[in-house]
Design a protein around this ligand. Structure first.
Ligand code: AKB
Length: 313
């Protein structure tokens, strides 16, 4: 069946790869990329592109009507580290864009929504290891507060208005096509770039800070899989825990050293250490596995091979 898809925040780390993946699945003409800024030539030339502020309801509504959009993937957000610097801007962007999309669905202008949540919904009082789907959630970051509130609104709009909204709590995402921006887990991408360019990396987290992580291909696979699942099987309408691997800066550095023996890492924790310390070190994603068959393909070793191979090329 033909469907028309709009991606908001298409030029970001996830948006870029999601746009390519969805264009591959549904055809270039069916997937409209949009962002507040321009992206790579590849992305803008392979299909339609709109310069669009996701917090502007009127423009969003116009674009949705013009392209007869069925599904919206809302990837625009301010991430954890930047959000600590601009709390109000982060709240406005993260919440208003979500309300806009939820209201479009409530008013039957679109049929389905994907909205990403994050491990940031958890906080210092959450059990750290194998963090369950349902547990204490008292986020201590601006970003985490916006994601937790967003989850409650998604659940509310689903149960109150029948909105088909689906969500995943992404861990830190590792990718080579587009760099992340403003997150706490960004070190796990920077480290590969620096290892190849300079043979050394100064890490802003301390060596034992273990965090949940995932290679981008797995994140895209999970997103597409969840969106393709029959509505009745999507039991969680806040957001699903999602997991692939967990490691510390010391462990990823050791892994990189197996490929680049001269690689050196040093540690100089900054304000992002507090953010990382408030997050889980591993996630129980059994609900996602049970409801829609989630299973990751990439561990740390496989991720390192693909990252170094592609960045070198
Ligand atoms: C961040 O570090 O802010 C993000 C996230 C874990 O959601 N990558």
């Amino acid at each position: 069946m033909h469907k028309s898809i709009l991606i908001l925040g298409a030029c970001g780390q996830i948006g870029t790869e999601l746009t390519f993946a969805l264009r591959e699945t549904y055809g270039n003409e069916s997937v409209i990329a949009s962002d507040i800024r321009e992206g790579s030539e590849n992305l803008m030339d392979s299909g339609s592109f709109e310069l669009l502020d996701a917090t502007d309801y009127d423009v969003l509504e116009e674009v949705v009507a013009y392209y007869e959009i069925d599904e919206v993937y809302l990837m625009a957000a301010m991430l954890s580290a930047t959000a600590e610097k601009f709390p109000e801007r982060a709240w406005n962007l993260n919440m208003n864009s979500l309300f806009n999309v939820l209201n479009l669905a409530k008013d039957k202008k679109i049929k389905k929504i994907f909205w990403p949540s994050s491990i940031a919904v958890f906080g210092p009082n959450t059990p750290k290891t194998n963090t369950p789907q349902n547990t204490i959630m008292e986020p201590s970051t601006v970003y985490g507060i916006s994601k937790q509130s967003g989850e409650r609104w998604c659940d509310y709009y689903h149960h109150k208005f029948g909105v088909d909204v689906r969500s995943l709590r992404y861990p830190g995402l590792i990718s080579w096509k587009t760099q992340p921006g403003g997150g706490t887990t960004d070190y796990a991408v920077e480290i590969y770039h620096k290892a190849l360019a300079e043979g050394a990396y100064g890490c802003f987290l301390n060596e034992d800070t273990k965090l949940p992580m995932m290679f981008m291909d797995d994140a895209i696979k999970a997103t597409q899989q969840l969106m393709a699942t029959e509505a009745e099987k999507v039991k969680v309408r806040s957001s699903y825990n999602l997991s692939a691997m967990s490691f510390s800066p010391k462990e990823i550095a050791q892994n990189i050293k197996e490929h680049i023996p001269e690689f050196e890492i040093s540690y100089k924790p900054d304000f992002r250490q507090d953010i990382a310390d408030s997050w889980p070190n591993s996630i129980d994603d059994s609900k996602a596995r049970q409801d829609w068959g989630w299973k990751p393909d990439f561990d740390l070793e496989k991720t390192t091979k693909v990252m170094l191979g592609n960045l070198k090329a």
